[in-house]
Design a protein around this ligand. Sequence first.
Ligand code: CP
Length: 313
Amino acid sequence: MSWNRKHLLDIESLSAPEILTVLDTATAFKAVGERAIKKVPALRGKTVVNLFIEPSTRTRTSFELAAVRLTADVVNFTAEASSLKKGETLRDTARNLESLNADIFVIRHSAAGAPHFLARFLNASVVNAGDGAHEHPTQALLDAFTIREKKGRIEGLKVTILGDILYSRVARSNIWALTKLGAHVTLGGPSTLVPRVFEKMGCRVTHNVEEAIADADIINLLRIQHERQRKTMFPGIGEYANLYGLNKTRLARTKPDALIMHPGPINRGVEIDSEIADSNRSVILEQVTNGLAVRMAVLFLVSGGKGPQEVAA
Ligand code: CP
């Protein structure tokens, strides 16, 4: 499969072969990252703008490092110190930055659809780094990459996503990616945060956490997205931790080789006990490491790369 898209806006519109092309290209870039000289000239002369209008640690930093490793010039736009604060629109902001010869915009925004909006009028490529509760495509790609790397396959695996599904862009992108690649996805958590409507996306929904994790090969935990919840969806954090958090008692009832994943940031003692987050069952920091290779692959592909065959061995 050869990549042929100018933008990466979501996972929903990608085919399984396109997703696998990103994963295979990321595998090639991960090998580059293990060499003494970790930089390649693939994006020499190109400019990447990190347009983050919402906070981020992992995504923004790894996109910046990915662009640097590809020898691109990088601009990190800081919303708080910009003319957005004086009332300039997102459209005008992006068009002004494009006038400075930006080739790729990596955008994170609290509004669902913001990347799709930019892609309508910019000549540059647009990469979605998280838009509201809609999608976070590179998170799903790095999660799929990590699962494939650790388990050797994705097809046929049982993946449980536990927690605040309703407000989670990570959940939506993961559901699209994993079901397209043939995994069986279970969603678990309180009924207020895991409505049955998600069954329409091909998932099993359960509100019994023990049932959700019992036969899982992968347990992906999500934090409570307070910033996107309009009102309290459960009585309190303590009750949530008791009823749905992954603790030692619950972990003992999972498959011994089930991987524990989390996109971060983690809320220790809420959705996951601190010891489990730091245990050898957890691949949370490996997910972060893999994010760099996946984001190198995405920047490479949207700027005209066709696939892993074009990454110098
Ligand atoms: N997983 C994730 O998107 O983390 P950041 O918000 O820190 O980028």
